[in-house]
Design a protein around this ligand. Structure first.
Ligand code: GDP
Ligand code: IMO
Ligand code: MG
Length: 428
């Protein structure tokens, strides 16, 4: 029985939620291992649309145990809003497990996120404003608040005092904001503590025991390779490990126990927020992709930036994650184009780069070298087998497979759970 990591190849929103959900009935545990409510996964089941942020996508499949791992940062208010919204639609969330070692997004972290962005001006990251970066900063800085601290008010108070000592200097002296009090923070954090308690446990132990018992586990990443704190387009990244290694540190499961690493990639590319994006289209084609693909953020509603498929990015993601499979989503969106450009390399000041440039300035100045593939006009949303696809769609996929460094094992042809072509079983 395998342990499979599902992660994003590009800049997020590739359809990881759908890919995880689609495996639903065959898995026992779905583990979120990084990020927080900066993530937004839209999953469509039986025509019903669900927007998930903190909860792993497996929550929609009866019998699956959803786990929020130690690598996640949790906004408790948002967690219960999400639980209540799902319960009111008849989704059972009682199996949820939450790591006692996960960090808590305190209200002051949201404030710091917003004021820092404003202060950065044109150097801003374009964050989701959910307090993600400051909470991970506190974690690394060793002044963070963890879930287990909520069950000991004395310890919680000490930790909040320690964090606010630094923060209030910054907020008052640099950002000209009012000081935040320990009392209001502790009161806020404790509001849902008792309700949270039954979900909390030693999830690394529980997950390793599940593997010992032959259970099937999916580790679902938030964000994506190019937003990873180490391997992404730093500093225009999120603050956690969204690549394969993060699945281990963020869950407490060792690398020798992982069997497969599945990268989810869109048949084109999108990005939300600031930062370099070599294949970005600022013309009518870009607007066409945005409208046809419905490219508006699940979390912030922001229009996503759009561009053609970039195989330099896919090869890079294949390498840094050790991908075994790619799930290529949204192929249906490209229907109706006479010709589809695909980026095979970059050019920087007359020099060709076949691999991701190591130097940030080269990447910022990279222009795509395109190969033009023939398009198709037939509706492909009902295709369930590779052979059901028009010849040019097949050729598009085979060429992408050739230049992406990893086999394409499944193809998305629509948002619904069933709208998928499987070429190689991801759990086999
Ligand atoms: P995630 O953050 O990676 O889970 O992706 P999002 O949910 O933010 O964005 C992906 C969007 O594409 C969602 O609205 C999905 O319902 C939709 N989607 C996923 N796969 C497909 C597909 O194959 N075709 C189409 N048309 N939509 C898809
Ligand atoms: P999913 O899981 C797309 C982007 C933000 C911003 C940068 C840093 O749905 O793929 P943060 O709030 O994390 O400090 O913002 O990262 N970002 C995402 N973009 N999809 C996401 O998640 C994202 N999570 C963060 O837009 O540019
Ligand atoms: Mg998303």
């Amino acid at each position: 029985m395998p342990a499979v990591v599902v992660l994003g190849v590009q800049w997020g929103d590739e359809g990881k939620g759908k890919a995880t959900d689609q495996l639903g009935s065959r898995i026992d545990y779905v583990v979120k291992f990084n990020g927080g409510n900066n993530a937004g996964h839209t999953v469509v089941v039986g025509g019903e649309k669900y927007a998930l942020h903190l909860l792993p996508s497996g929550i929609l499949s009866p019998g699956v145990v959803p786990v929020i791992g130690n690598g996640v940062v949790i906004d408790i208010e948002v967690l219960f809003e999400e639980i209540d919204a799902l319960e009111s639609r008849g989704v059972d969330t009682s199996r949820l497990r939450v790591s006692s070692a996960a960090h808590v997004i305190a209200p002051y972290n949201r404030t710091v996120d917003k004021v820092t962005e404003r202060f950065l001006g044109k150097r801003r990251i374009g964050t989701t404003g959910r307090g993600i970066g400051p909470t991970y900063s506190d974690k690394i800085n060793r002044v963070g608040v963890r879930i287990q601290d909520l069950f000991d008010e004395k310890i919680l108070r000490e930790k909040v005092e320690g964090a606010l000592d630094q923060k209030n200097h910054l907020l008052v002296k640099v950002y000209n904001r009012r000081a935040i009090t320990v009392d209001e923070t502790v009161e806020d954090l404790l509001r849902h503590a008792e309700r949270l308690r039954p979900y909390v446990g030693d999830t690394p132990l529980e997950l390793n025991r599940a593997l010992d018992d032959g259970k099937t586990l999916v580790f679902e990443a938030g964000q994506a390779t190019m937003l990873d704190i180490d391997h992404g387009t730093y500093p225009f990244v999120t603050s956690s490990s969204a690549t394969a290694g993060g699945a281990c540190t963020g869950s407490g499961v060792g690398p020798t126990r992982i069997d497969r690493v599945v990268g989810v990639a869109k048949a084109y590319t999108t990005r939300v927020g600031e930062g370099p994006f070599p294949t970005e289209l600022l013309d009518d084609d870009g607007e066409w992709l945005r409208q046809t693909g419905g490219e508006f953020g699940t979390t912030t509603g922001r229009p996503r930036r759009t561009g053609w498929y970039d195989s330099v990015v896919s090869r890079y993601a294949s390498r840094v994650n050790g991908l075994t499979d790619i799930v290529l989503t949204k192929l249906d969106v490209l229907t109706g184009r006479e010709s589809i450009p695909v980026c095979v390399a970059y050019e920087v000041d007359g020099k060709r780069f076949d691999e991701m440039p190591d130097d940030q300035s080269d990447f910022h100045h990279a222009t795509p070298v395109y190969e033009h593939l023939d398009g198709w006009t037939e509706d492909i949303t009902a295709a369930r087998d590779f052979d059901d696809l028009p010849k040019n769609a097949q050729r598009y996929l085979l060429r992408l497979e050739e230049i992406s460094g990893t086999r394409i094992s499944a193809i998305g042809v629509g948002p619904g759970r069933e709208a998928t072509i499987v070429r190689h079983d991801l759990l086999g």
